[in-house]
Write a protein that binds this ligand. Structure first.
Ligand code: FES
Length: 107
């Protein structure tokens, strides 16, 4: 699938977590924090929770259901019961718009 436009930077008020729906694809979580943007699958690998409803703690996103965690920089699981990495996506910014390549998730 080609590159997908997620959102305009002007719509973000960092630090923030945002669940973004993509037609024909699972929703993704956008983390905007410390001048950086990270995107990974939004649905927690442990259950049906939306990570966008979780809590950002430094470079970690904590799941709202069982407080499992993932590293926003790598998608790696950081706290049980989460054990598998979240799929994450390379982010590019062009003309004030954030893009990800759905076909090139890196985990
Ligand atoms: S659903 Fe996320 S830790 Fe259980």
């Amino acid at each position: 699938m080609p590159r997908v436009a997620l959102i305009g930077l002007a719509e973000l008020e960092p630090p923030c977590l945002k669940r973004i729906a993509i037609a024909g694809h699972a929703p993704v979580l956008l983390v905007a924090s410390q001048g950086r943007y990270h995107v990974m699958d939004d649905t927690c690998g442990h259950g049906a929770a939306s990570l966008a409803d979780g809590e950002l703690a430094g470079d970690e996103i904590l799941c709202p259901h069982h407080r499992g965690g993932f590293d926003i920089r790598t998608g790696a699981a950081t706290r049980p019961p989460c054990a598998q990495a979240q799929r994450r996506y390379e982010v590019t910014v062009e003309a004030g718009v954030l893009y990800i390549d759905i076909g090139a998730g890196d985990s």
